[in-house]
Ligand binder design. Structure first.
Ligand code: PXL
Length: 287
């Protein structure tokens, strides 16, 4: 029987508290009418930005897990990767992508590695190198500026430094990443020159478009915002939206959820409270 509900594989960690990774990707994709199948890369009690956490790397479980998926004959409309638990997982995820990527499969890699110029606690140089190898095989990537610099082996301080040519530098960085393989590059969380706004820099080689997409900024930051953004973007691309429209939609959703979380003065580490806004995604999918 033909499948009417699109199927996406979500390769990411399961963090029990602090909205991020799978606890964001699964509900967001479900609300967009997409069946999301988790391939958990690590198990955490809570994400790594809290003072402490329980962390279990799930590398050993991936081969037998995928052997069963192979038996089921699965193929995916999208493969969406994020946080990896170890550098050894990189080649396992590459094998997964090669084994389960059909001609029409969208491979969206969110190269989760760090933020604000810092690596996340469980990341090291070899894992970052592996993340870059994986990202350059993807159709679309969604690094923040820290991750974009890591992917390009560029100096974050130099790229982010103020100056009249800052935007040119950022576009050059985006183009450089797009030249390495992905047809779509979205560098998230760019501070534009205009105050009160936040930018996502988009390079779409397929449509030959480049743009800094501006969205009203919320003067507070919350953990997991990038994960919400990438999840909505993934859903929109599966639904066939052009990259720029998908970015506007994802940024708009994040902006509403951020505004709500800020209004209620919620703790930043617990993640952006996107749940009350999920019906918007559902209504836009099934008007
Ligand atoms: O939101 C990125 C992310 C994903 N997964 C884990 C994290 C973080 C950021 O801190 O700790 C486990």
């Amino acid at each position: 029987m033909a499948r009417t509900v699109p199927l996406a594989a979500a390769v990411n960690d399961l963090s029990g508290f602090g909205r991020c990774s799978l606890t964001v990707a699964l509900p967001v994709l479900s609300a967009m009418g997409i069946q999301a199948c988790p391939l958990p890369t690590a198990l955490l009690s809570n994400h790594t930005a809290y003072d402490s956490c329980f962390f279990q790397d799930l590398t050993a479980s991936i081969p037998p897990y995928l052997a069963e998926w192979k038996k089921l004959g699965l193929s995916f409309d999208a493969i969406f990767t994020g946080f990896l638990g170890s550098w050894q997982q990189v080649s396992l995820v590459e094998e997964f992508v090669h084994g389960f990527r059909g001609e029409k499969t969208l491979f969206l890699a969110d190269p989760v590695m760090g933020d604000d110029g810092e690596l996340y606690a469980t990341y090291d140089h070899s894992l970052c190198q592996g993340m870059a190898r994986l990202a350059f095989q993807a159709d679309v990537i969604t690094p923040n500026l820290t991750e974009a610099c890591l992917l390009a082996e560029a100096d974050h301080n130099q790229i982010a430094a103020p100056g009249p040519d800052r935007l040119d530098r950022l576009f050059r960085l985006g183009r450089q990443l797009a030249g390495r393989g992905p047809w779509g590059v979205v560098i998230t969380g760019i501070q534009p020159d205009s105050p009160g706004q936040i930018g996502n820099l988009v390079i779409d080689r397929r449509a030959a478009r480049e743009e800094l997409v501006l969205t009203p900024a919320v003067p507070r930051s919350f953990s997991g915002t990038g994960d919400v953004f990438a999840s909505v973007l993934c859903g929109r691309l599966i639904q066939g939206w052009p990259l720029l429209a998908a970015v506007r939609s994802a940024a708009g959703f994040v902006s509403q959820a951020l505004a709500g979380s800020a209004r209620e003065n919620l703790p930043a580490l617990d993640g952006v409270a996107f749940e009350p806004y999920l019906p918007l995604l559902w209504k836009e999918t099934f008007p």
